[in-house]
Design a protein around this ligand. Structure first.
Ligand SMILES: Nc1nc2c(ncn2[C@@H]2O[C@H](COP(=O)(O)OP(=O)(O)OP(=O)(O)O)[C@@H](O)[C@H]2O)c(=O)[nH]1
Length: 385
């Protein structure tokens, strides 16, 4: 009997094989927060009650919203202010509650008001203030703290946002170019949560790249994973479109789209989500250049895109975007074989450096900086003490 029970427990403990499909990524969380109540004053001695503690969010590199699930169906309440006593005339303030949240979080109140955004380590947003302690202005009665339902909405902060159809090779590229280890498989929607990788250069400069689950035709009407993850490209500086040279077909029931059509469809889906996204600089990488006939297709796609305004009328209406993206660069790569991945890596850096220089023209190139410093040394001579 004991043996059978043991087996039953053992069977129960076997993990479901498709466990990985349950996304461990959370990008939105609702919390109920309450500031502490102020302590009561002591009118006879002019004693003041302590202020109630506050609940606030603090940015931390290591935090993730998943940690917040422990607060589900609970109220996060800060400490109450201490009452004034004969032996301690000014009550101590209540203890604050510090919620560590990942960088890229925007905090919304229940009425939609933005309480603040957290972009850097240590950024702080107060989400529920503690009530004031009792004093002569409130008849020595401490007040309740603020109570709110808040929503923490995470948008990944990355330099580059990788956008493409399923199976285009986004995860393969992220793996080839960075130190990330995403799941790669030959079926659509292997990526079900955004992945972030860091591209490291020889001079130790680091650039972050976010790989988003694949978009498909009709994502705007919630087909596939819909536009759910597109919000994560809002805070990237540059978009990298990746298209399979052979195009894409979701299933035999769906229309086969060529490489050019997938590029136009990506343009259209981004436009339908938020036309502002089209103002970002975009680089197009055509992947799987190791396949037969890829060079010819690449040449045709490049030619068509350089001449797109003349041929756009011939494109079927259902895949025709209204505002066309003009790509900064179009490059052919093979994420699998690694060909031209290094060129793409250098190109991405160059474009990001150009952007940084445009937005801050005071930045001086390191080589110019070195020359300038040498000139100073020559002028005054090295200091000998
Ligand atoms: N021949 C060839 N195959 C590639 C290349 N890059 C990726 N693949 C293959 O294409 C398939 C899909 O690659 P993934 O990197 O998972 O594509 P993805 O865009 O991340 O796909 P989703 O996760 O569905 O969005 C895998 O079988 C890869 O091995 C390439 O350069 N050449």
């Amino acid at each position: 009997m004991v043996f059978i029970t043991k087996i039953c427990y053992a069977v129960k403990e076997i993990k479901i094989p498709r466990n990985y499909l349950r996304s461990k990524f959370l990008d939105s969380v609702r919390l109920h927060v309450k500031g502490g109540t102020g302590g009561t004053g002591l009118p006879k001695f002019g004693g003041l009650g302590g202020q109630g503690g506050c609940v606030y969010c603090v940015g931390s590199e290591n935090a993730n919203l998943r940690h917040m699930s422990k607060y589900r169906a609970k109220t996060i309440t800060a400490g109450h202010g201490e009452d004034s006593r004969k032996t301690k005339i000014v009550g101590n303030p209540g203890s604050d509650i510090k919620l560590e949240v990942p960088l890229g979080v925007t905090v919304y109140r229940e009425d939609g008001k933005v309480l603040g955004t957290i972009d850097k380590e240590g950024d702080t947003v107060i989400v529920a203030r503690g009530g004031p302690g009792g004093d002569p202005d409130n008849n020595f009665l401490g007040h309740f703290g603020q109570i709110h339902h808040i929503r923490l909405d995470l948008k990944l902060i990355a330099d580059i946002g990788l956008v493409g159809f399923p199976n285009a090779g986004k995860s393969s590229l992220l793996k080839a170019i960075s130190r990330a280890k995403p799941r790669i498989a030959n079926y659509p929607f292997t990526t079900i949560k955004p992945n972030k990788g860091i591209i490291q250069y020889e001079d130790l400069r680091q650039i972050s790249m976010a790989d988003l689950p694949g978009l498909i035709e009709g994502a705007h009407i919630n087909i596939g994973l819909g536009h759910k993850f597109l919000k994560h490209v809002e805070r990237t500086k540059l978009l990298l479109f990746i298209a399979d040279v052979e195009g894409f077909r979701l299933s035999p029931r769906h229309t086969k789209r060529t490489c050019l059509e997938t590029v136009l469809l990506l343009n259209k889906e981004l436009e339908l989500y938020d036309p502002e996204l089209l103002n970002k600089p975009v680089i197009l990488a055509i992947n799987k250049m190791d396949l037969n006939g890829a060079e010819d297709i690449f040449g045709e796609v490049k030619e068509s895109l350089s001449n797109i305004h003349n041929i756009i009328e011939k494109i079927p209406e259902e895949i025709r975007p209204e505002n066309l993206i003009s790509f900064q660069d179009i490059i052919g790569i093979s994420a699998l074989k690694g060909s031209s991945v290094e060129d793409l890596k250098q190109l991405l850096r160059k474009r990001l450096d150009d952007l940084a220089e445009e937005s801050n023209p005071d930045i001086i190139e390191p080589s110019r900086l070195l020359k300038k410093n040498r000139a100073i040394v020559r002028e005054r001579g090295p200091q000998i003490t």
